[in-house]
Design a protein around this ligand. Structure first.
Ligand code: SF4
Length: 345
């Protein structure tokens, strides 16, 4: 709930308005019971306790990787399960690609995902349902409580396609950036989409005003359709137009992510197509070597991670064309919490 919604709680009738701000602030600080809210009158705490609860998700499993990654399996009210991940950046950047000391919360927006990208475990599970704003915010709160120095960044790159659940996402991010609560800067939040055109226009017009990343994978139209077969995804021309509109309104760079799949999208043609796609856009490119997921096939053949030479060659071609390229290091593989590996089975 936003502070305004808290003010309107029936049990807060007759209470001073600043009580809503106090409750909001307690929740942001991770309170898990109304009893902890010791600056509220006991009578109000009791009323709240009998009518509301502070958590709807429960942590069913905590997996900790040697690289500092923490993956949480979370059970939802209706028995559905999701995952959320805390990623710790390297202490010292490698080739300037990562900032030391950041804790990034990777949040899910759906249980399962309807997009069905062939390289993604979540996509192989099918779609169960959209998450509520509360279920999205709670992932942040739980991850915040397990990180040593608190979450500093958010990426909405977990399970699901965020722009297919834009209303709940908008509300959740509004709560996460609210200055009376968690107060995270919107500049530290990145929403990643597989390319939902109408959602990108909606972001451009109404927000949330975060950073934007697009999981492009390849800028070869035919190959993209085969790797990312969801009918709701924009064609490349429509996608580029939507990104231009977003940039016009937001004035920010868009990150284009390409998951590199060994022997499939690492060719010179793929690099050239990507360079062409970026013309007229302000972009940063993020290359992500595919994180293995057993059993995923592309047109009958098992997917494989790219060889070092494929990664370096692809990156070099982009850099030679003057693009800004970062390589995402494999974080979270030890707990199957890396990009594309999420999915409770
Ligand atoms: S990559 Fe993202 S959009 Fe594609 S199936 Fe996985 S979760 Fe869904």
């Amino acid at each position: 709930m936003t502070p305004r919604e808290l003010e309107a709680l029936p049990c807060a009738g007759g209470e001073k308005k600043f009580r809503a701000a106090q409750i909001f602030s307690w929740i942001a600080r991770g309170a898990v019971s109304f009893d902890e809210m010791d600056n509220l009158p006991l009578s109000l705490r009791k009323k709240l306790e009998s009518a509301y609860r502070l958590r709807s998700v429960s942590v069913s499993e905590t997996l900790r990787g040697a690289d500092g990654t923490v993956k949480l399996r979370l059970g939802l009210d209706d028995g559905a399960a999701i995952e959320a991940v805390l990623l710790k950046a390297r202490e010292t950047g490698a080739r300037g690609d990562e900032d030391g000391g950041r804790f990034t919360a990777c949040l899910s927006t759906q249980a399962g995902c309807p997009a069905g990208c062939v390289f993604c475990k979540t996509g192989s599970l099918g779609f169960l349902r959209n998450l509520s704003a509360a279920e999205i915010v709670e992932q942040f709160l739980v991850l915040n409580s397990v990180s040593k120095s608190g979450v500093s960044h958010v990426v909405v790159m977990g399970m699901g396609e965020p722009l297919l659940n834009l209303e709940a996402l908008g509300k959740a991010l509004g709560i996460i950036i609210h200055p009376e609560g968690i107060g995270l800067s919107k500049r530290r939040i990145t929403v990643s989409t597989s390319g939902i055109e109408s959602g990108i226009y909606a972001l451009a017009e109404k927000g949330p005003l975060t950073e934007l990343a697009v999981s492009l994978t390849t800028a070869r139209e035919d190959l993209r359709r085969r790797l990312m077969p969801f009918a709701g995804l924009a064609g490349l021309e429509g996608l580029k137009k939507a990104l231009k509109a977003w940039q016009q309104n937001r004035g920010r760079r868009v990150t284009l992510e390409t998951v590199l799949l060994g022997g499939i999208n690492t060719t010179a043609d793929d690099a050239e197509a990507l360079v062409r796609f970026t013309r007229g856009l302000k972009t940063a490119i993020n290359v992500i070597p595919w994180n293995p997921v057993e059993g995923l096939l592309f047109e009958g053949k098992a997917l494989r991670a790219p060889e070092r030479a494929e990664i370096d060659g692809f990156r070099a071609r982009l850099e030679a064309a003057g693009l800004t390229v970062t390589r995402r290091y494999r974080r979270g593989q030890g707990v199957a919490g890396a990009c594309g590996q999420l999915g409770v089975t």
